[in-house]
Design a protein around this ligand. Sequence first.
Ligand SMILES: Cc1cc2nc3c(=O)[nH]c(=O)nc-3n(C[C@H](O)[C@H](O)[C@H](O)COP(=O)(O)OP(=O)(O)OC[C@H]3O[C@@H](n4cnc5c(N)ncnc54)[C@H](O)[C@@H]3O)c2cc1C
Length: 362
Amino acid sequence: MSGNVNSMSGVLIVGAGFTGAIIAAELKRVAGDAGKLLSVTLWDKARGSGGRFTTARCPTNAKCHADVGGQYVSTTENDINKFGRFYTGLRERGLLTDMTAAVEGASPYTGEGVRDMVAPLGMSSLVKHFLATSTASFVSEREVRSIQKTPEGKLNVATISGVTEEFDAVVLTMPVPQILKLQGDFYDQKAFEELTNRNVEYSTRFTLVLFFPDRCDIGLKFGFKFVDNDDVIRYVAVDNIKRGAPRDPAALVVHTTWQFGKDHLEESKEQVEQILLDRVYQMFPELPKTDSRKIHKWRFSQVRSKEAACEGSKTPYFVLNKKPLVLCAGDGFTDSSLNGCLESSTSACRFMESEWKLSPSP
Ligand SMILES: Cc1cc2nc3c(=O)[nH]c(=O)nc-3n(C[C@H](O)[C@H](O)[C@H](O)COP(=O)(O)OP(=O)(O)OC[C@H]3O[C@@H](n4cnc5c(N)ncnc54)[C@H](O)[C@@H]3O)c2cc1C
């Protein structure tokens, strides 16, 4: 795809989280503005879109839902000015609103001029919005295993279930350790070594969600709470209150500490779930019992240090191969937040726009 989008068989974005969705929407917008046709496809190994902005629904009550990963958006005036188009669009549609619920404990993300916003329909609605505006084709349950260069200068992408397809360019948006595990000859050796040597590390966490029936008063009045001095639980949210919907069915979201995640990484979900349940009911003895719950392990939760992610890098994305293009983007190249993903994905798009001459001709 050397500057000529008309001869392209398309771009594959691996990962339908927030980064993948923004890249899909931006590429389509830029190509559309330039009157050029660009085929954009997204594959994700999961059953749906969202990635670490996943929102889970109670299996027996669709009205009861909760954010399992990303919880809320901490943002400054600077972020809003920088990414105004995205914030305005989301706020106008009611997909992001200012948070009004009470917060307990000391939030590590609060500071002067920091404003917290929540997603009334759940954090996954932000991803779904950008996927819908992109009109890109999205296929779930496609786990990429390997990428090979072809003699014709394309990329042959294969999944673990045996699907293979050729693309002109591939954008990888999963956590860096998952990128480095992919098989195939798709990268420039020096670039691969540089990315390996950055040693981008992620924390590990578990999330436990307890779903409660309609009109069940769980007796907690905060939106979320940061817990200090507990070796198991770091954060608790009453998801419906956090989202500004206290009358919706309640859901309690519990995140473990990083250390607990690390220490229990290889234990079964059942074992970890029991430890978390015991601790939750110890912490909130009046909490009603519920059988409806979900546990999730985030092997790659959040980038541990922004410095490691950006070390030696001038760009918030990473080119693993120039021709055919294999580009990496996501919070692994900035920081683990909505703004970090916006920074990475918009910069990555500007790079592709200029490489492929997608801007309108003067
Ligand atoms: C517990 C937790 C709490 C957080 N809290 C906040 C918060 O309050 N506010 C905030 O702004 N951020 C928060 N974050 C960080 C935020 O969620 C992430 O930075 C952001 O969602 C990353 O988006 P992404 O698209 O870059 O990556 P991801 O969302 O991880 O998307 C990558 C996608 O790639 C897919 N994938 C991986 N490997 C393959 C493969 N081989 N083939 C196909 N698909 C593959 C995955 O299924 C995934 O959907 C939190 C994260 C966690 C885990």
